[in-house]
Design a protein around this ligand. Structure first.
Ligand SMILES: NC(=O)c1ccc[n+]([C@@H]2O[C@H](COP(=O)([O-])OP(=O)(O)OC[C@H]3O[C@@H](n4cnc5c(N)ncnc54)[C@H](O)[C@@H]3O)[C@@H](O)[C@H]2O)c1
Length: 350
């Protein structure tokens, strides 16, 4: 058994941080990313942190023949971590077929190749969006999944269902579904972070971009929710904590500590943080005072969601080790590095 892992989406935000963690824990990595939502500059950033140059194959994983060719080149893969997907909720609402085609076809192809080429261990990027507008907090892995709130969330629910069916048909193979809550922050070296192509949809890069003067306004949508301060509650989790969850998941499978051949884990901090608290954490980290705008509630926003992470803690030995302050400090350091490079290089993906 080798320790060579195929990471799909390895030049994206969570993928690149996971590659860093894997390399630093003795794994060898090859990536498959077609650069539809990232650029080759990520390879330089991974090298700057780890001293190792990752090979990325710019394969579109919706292309079965190209995906098969890739697997055939690496006959000794010990596992696959499948990040590659599109992730914007509004874009998925505007163009659902794009999301079903990209997210589902790529998953099907990667699963088919794992079966054909005998790759036994598979880790899938799922999302807390599968829980939708849930009322009982914190959410556990047993919380029933309601009808999806968006085509994006539906691709994650469908992805999980496809993997469960494949797992039932292939008892010799092992699958882990990781449901991430709200990833944020950047690598502590300041050398790698999120490079949103276009307007980011998540809160933290919106805050840091506003702080850096890269966007004209920052709107808090809804100040009358039944929460501590009236703004929505989310579970922000540092991207390096998420990244390490993947290393632990592969180790868990390699050591056959799993009790079923398809298991699901929440990766969240377990702490609900309001939008206003997140903004204040940024203000402390940056020393800036943000002049935010207050707007009405936004359709489709869940009031509050945070994880019960006991299963990941007890079985994977995983812990959220960095809080919202650390997240904001690293995100701000990264934003300043991006800003220092100027808008031109930012548009090119840095
Ligand atoms: N960032 C979040 O807030 C979040 C939350 C929960 C779950 N997730 C999931 O985690 C995964 C990674 O998210 P991220 O934030 O790193 O996103 P990202 O957009 O930074 O990375 C995804 C990568 O996949 C690549 N890709 C997309 N479609 C592809 C295809 N058909 N073939 C080859 N490469 C393809 C893109 O070029 C990109 O580099 C996704 O599956 C996402 O749905 C993300």
């Amino acid at each position: 058994m080798t320790n060579l892992v195929l990471v799909t989406g390895g030049t994206g935000y969570i993928g690149s941080h996971t590659v860093i963690d894997l390399l630093q824990h003795g794994y060898s990595v090859v990536s498959a990313d077609n650069y539809s939502r990232s650029t080759a500059a990520t390879l330089d950033r991974i090298e700057a942190v780890t001293g190792q140059r990752m090979i990325n194959h710019a394969v579109d994983l919706t292309d079965l023949a190209a995906t098969r060719e890739l697997f055939a080149r690496y006959p000794s893969l010990s596992g696959v971590i499948h990040f590659a997907a599109f992730k914007s909720v509004p874009e998925s609402v505007a163009d659902p077929l794009l999301y079903y085609r990209n997210n589902i076809n790529s998953l099907n192809n990667v699963l088919a190749c794992c079966a054909e080429f005998g790759v036994r261990d598979f880790v899938f990027s799922s999302s807390c969006s599968v829980y939708g507008n849930v009322e009982i907090m914190p959410v556990t892995e047993e919380t029933p999944l309601p009808e999806a709130e968006s085509p994006y969330a539906h691709t994650k629910q469908l992805g999980e269902a496809i993997i469960r069916a494949v797992a039932a048909a292939r008892p010799q193979d092992r699958f882990i579904l990781l449901r991430y809550f709200n990833p944020g922050g950047a690598h502590e070296s300041g050398l790698n972070g999120e490079v949103p192509l276009g307007q980011p949809q998540n809160l933290i890069p919106n805050i840091t971009r506003f702080g850096a003067g890269l966007q004209a306004s920052l709107t808090v949508f809804g100040t009358d929710y039944p929460t501590r301060d009236g703004s929505c509650v989310r579970d922000y989790i540092h991207v390096m904590d998420i990244a390490h969850g993947h290393t632990l998941a592969l180790q868990y499978l390699a050591q056959s500590r799993n009790s079923a051949n398809c298991e699901v884990f929440n990766l969240g901090s377990g702490n609900g943080v309001t939008v206003l608290e997140a903004i204040h954490a940024f203000e402390r980290a940056s020393g800036l005072k943000l002049n935010v705008t207050y707007g009405p509630r936004r359709a489709g926003d869940v009031v509050a969601i945070y994880a019960d992470n006991n299963k990941a803690r007890n079985l994977l030995g995983w812990q959220a080790t960095r809080d919202i302050n650390t997240m904001m400090e690293s995100a701000w350091e990264w934003e300043q590095r991006l800003a220092g490079k100027g808008m031109a290089s930012r548009k090119a993906g840095t």
